[in-house]
Write a protein that binds this ligand. Structure first.
Ligand code: MCN
Ligand code: CUM
Length: 786
């Protein structure tokens, strides 16, 4: 029998996914379906002189060709972004990055559509490109957005957080200040399934049905409605199975809108699925943060303050998908896990001739950047003061009694026991023995000039997940709350419909387990419905690891409402005042008489039967909830990475990785472990190999998996996990999110380990063999410049 409630339950969805029975966008074939392909700009920056589509249109299999002018005639050449900007759907007067969408061809098959792209004649007048964010604000820098009225520079925004004066005062009086320039280079979420859509505009019913790779079906429906001028009730957005999202499937992409318009124009369904290069070149990238961090401390290592200056490269359009009042996402949590007197950051966003995006790749709205910054700074401080990085962290971590903790930048961390978490990681790793072994290998290397150097890298992160509340957080005016509808059937099984959408996180299992925990219904008797706006309640969707914290909470509250309804029905069944009933898992029972009671199955049957119910008690047990979270949840973790570095070849091998995560109460520890494994691999990838870079003309140099390297099991050790559990005090089951924790926390641990091995103060990611070798020689490269 399936276990009830929380525990390491195997994923229900894997029954179909591992047998090849998943249904992804590209598996969908509708009668009469056409196929779309996108013509993309070969230039990073160029004026469009003319576009001639006549040859493509006369291709026997082509049914339509759309250009920027065609969309402009429908007022759809530009679309709004979540960051108060607009992004081009199809380019009109100029192209702003290599790979930008210029025309959309619809043909009878995918091959013909691709072939016809070559028949479109576009005359470009190339312009100089701005590729390096650090020169984007120079007076003579090419203007990326000069098609916008009043554009005089590439500046997007300035945003600050914390108290500048108080921070400056602490720095001025501090005994010691360490500083460091860091680049968190541009990387890409690179889900194995690329982005795609099947759009079906039904002319007779006036309905638009969209099957698309989206992490946020309801938000996308509102966007289609706003952009295409069709009311929401005439639009159905369905997200079928999704083969990885990692934030790449949050944004609205030009290809989606082109498919919608093409379907409207042709009267036939239109499929568009991008290929790998298109995904890597033109869809939401991640990071591209240039940071200058300073950390003030006493000479004996008491950390006092952190001050940060960031140059944020947002590419050609400011299209980062984040709560609208947070232009730098949640970077404001850069104070990390430490007890600081003051902190301040200033972030400047700039345009460059690169693809738009910015908030993606398990980033928790830029907490990856923030966490990397502070965890690198702490190691730099340890290096400068000659202190042990574990000791330095332990001495400065927030203590359990300091929670709830208001941070100097205005967040309220809900709960945590940081020292216990770090202690456990050090224990699992055998920290002291590792340091002893390190000393021995170093001595050996110095004696013989050969061998591998051992490096030990730590990081301690605090995550912030579960956006809203909607009072302070919205996406394009939509407050960040989520819904859950729960229907309990006469037989006692249930259907739960939620507004979040799994891309591989196992929601069909864990959300069923939540129902099991609250109502005693086994997970295999709970069907979880998601990703279909016709069948699920409104909500903002899955990103920022908010599903458990928000939709999960909505699910708990809905289940508890069902439970209360069941109590009233049980009272009628047992002819007893409901006050005299008590809940034991799966059953309402008479207080003091365990033999008298009714199981939820019996109550469900009675609730649908002819049983006379008291006035005011409706039949059935169904209930729903819209959950508006009072605060974010703040998971944390202590990570320790052990590497072996060959200083002669620069080769790095990750020998061990210890990860202790605290995500509050765990619904399914096996799924949590899977999430952590994935994020740790992300960290190895970013720290050692992943990089999206450009040449000075803005040519994209990582448009395939030959150039954009992803880690495989070969580069990963056997992960060693531990856990601490401090429940979130405001979440109804004490759970905190975990989906991005390891991606947030792990890069710094790997980088700290490599630099610890070679005794170098700082070198930027990715620490490829060439970069490590150069760092050993004392001249590491700026990785973002080709
Ligand atoms: N969980 C749990 N107990 C907890 C917390 C979480 O059992 N205390 C379970 C959840 O029930 C869920 C999973 O762990 O099944 C992740 O939960 P959560 O932290 O709420 O994150 P989300 O479900 O909202 O997932 C989003 C997050 C993000 S933003 C990115 S990016 C990312 C990630 O998840 N993309 C992923 N993990 C991914 N994993 C896969 N396989 N594919 C992606 O695209
Ligand atoms: Cu920033 S990637 Mo996730 O939040 O979808």
């Amino acid at each position: 029998m399936t276990p009830v409630g929380f525990g390491p339950l195997r994923r229900k969805e894997d029954l179909r996914l591992v047998r090849g029975r998943g249904r992804f966008v590209d598996d969908i074939a509708l009668p009469g379906m056409l196929h779309g392909a996108i013509l993309r700009s070969p230039y990073a920056h160029a004026r469009i002189v003319s576009v001639d589509t006549s040859a493509a249109e006369s291709h026997p299999k082509v049914r339509a060709v759309l250009t920027g002018a065609d969309l402009a005639a429908r007022d759809m050449a530009w679309m709004p972004t979540a960051s108060h900007d607009v992004a081009a759907v199809l380019a009109c007067e100029k192209v702003h990055f290599q790979g930008q969408e210029v025309a959309f061809v619809v043909a009878e098959d995918r091959y013909a559509a691709r072939d016809a792209l070559a028949l479109i004649e576009v005359e470009y007048e190339p312009l100089p490109a701005v590729v390096d964010a650090r020169t984007a604000l120079d007076p003579d820098a090419p203007l990326v957005r000069d098609e916008q009225p009043g554009c005089t520079d590439n500046h997007i925004f300035d945003w600050e957080s914390g108290d500048a004066a108080a921070t400056d005062a602490v720095f001025a009086a501090a005994e010691h200040v360490s500083d460091c320039d860091l680049v968190y280079p541009r990387v890409h979420p690179a889900p194995l399934e690329t982005c795609g859509i099947v759009a079906d505009a039904d002319r007779i019913e006036g309905r638009l049905t969209v099957h698309a790779t989206t992490q946020a079906p309801h938000t996308h429906r509102v966007l289609y409605s706003r952009i295409a001028g069709v009311p929401e009730h005439r639009i159905r957005v369905v997200a079928p199975d999704i083969g990885g999202g990692f934030g790449n499937k949050v944004a609205m992409y030009p290809g989606y809108l082109c498919a919608v318009v093409a379907s409207t124009v042709t009267g036939r369904p239109v499929k568009w699925v991008e290929d790998r290069s298109e995904n890597l070149m033109a869809s939401s990238f991640a990071r591209d943060y240039h940071m200058r961090g300073e950390i003030a401390a006493t000479r004996d290592g008491r950390i006092l303050a952190v001050r940060v200056r960031v140059l944020a490269d947002h590419g050609a359009f400011n299209a980062t998908s984040q709560p609208s009042r947070f232009p730098a996402g949640f970077f404001g949590v850069f104070t990390g896990s430490y007890d600081l007197r003051a902190a301040h950051c200033r972030v400047t966003g700039v345009h460059t001739n690169k693809a738009p995006g910015g908030v993606a790749y398990a980033c928790s709205f830029r907490i990856t950047e923030a966490s990397y910054l502070v965890e690198r700074l702490v190691d730099v401080l340890a290096h400068d003061l000659g202190l042990d990085p574990a000791r330095l962290r332990m001495d400065n971590l927030l203590r359990a009694e300091q929670f709830p903790h208001p941070t100097p930048t205005g967040w309220e961390y809900d709960s945590g026991d940081y020292p216990a978490t770090l202690r456990l990681a050090l224990e699992i790793a055998g920290y002291d023995e590792l340091r002893a072994e390190q000393a021995a290998t170093r001595a050996e290397y110095e004696r013989t000039g050969r061998g591998r150097l051992l490096g030990i890298g730590l990081s301690f992160f605090t995550e912030a997940v579960g956006a809203g509340p909607r009072r302070t957080m919205d996406i394009m005016g939509l407050g960040m709350a989520d819904g859950a509808d729960l229907r309990v059937h006469p037989s006692g099984g249930a259907v739960l419909a939620v507004s979040c959408m799994s891309q591989g996180q196992g929601h069909e299992t864990t959300f069923a387990q939540i129902i099991g925990h609250e109502l005693g219904i086994p997970a295999d008797q709970v069907q979880v419905v998601q990703g279909d706006t016709d069948r699920t309640p409104f909500g903002l969707g899955t990103y920022g690891s908010r599903s458990t914290a928000v939709s999960g909470a909505a699910t708990v509250v809905a289940a508890r409402r069902v439970r209360e309804r069941a109590r009233l029905v049980a009272g009628a069944m047992l002819e007893i005042d409901p006050i005299d009933l008590e809940w034991v898992p799966g059953r309402w029972q008479v207080r003091g008489d365990p033999t008298a009671g009714a199981s939820l199955t019996e109550i469900a049957a009675a609730a649908h039967s002819g049983l006379e119910l008291p006035d005011g008690v409706e039949g059935h047990l169904d209930a729903s909830c819209v959950y508006n979270p009072p605060n974010l949840t703040f998971p944390c973790g202590a990570y320790l990475c052990v590497v072996e570095v060959d200083p002669v070849t620069g080769e790095v091998r990750v020998r061990r990785f210890v990860a202790v995560d605290d995500c509050g109460v765990r619904i399914n520890p096996m799924i949590v472990a899977g999430q952590v494994h994935r994020g740790l691999a992300d960290g190895i990838g970013m720290a050692l190999m992943e990089l999206i870079t450009f040449d000075p003309d803005g040519n994209h140099l990582a448009a395939s998996f030959m150039d954009y390297l992803l880690p495989t099991s070969m580069e990963c050790p056997s992960w060693e996990l531990g856990e601490t559990v401090t429940p979130s005090p405001h979440h109804p089951i004490g759970a905190k999110g975990v989906g991005e924790s390891a991606t947030v926390g792990s890069p710094a641990a790997v980088v700290n380990a490599v630099l610890d091995a070679i005794g170098v103060r700082h070198a930027d990611m990715p620490l490829t063999p060439a970069q490590v070798w150069r760092a050993v020689q004392g001249r590491p490269l700026r990785p973002d410049l080709a």
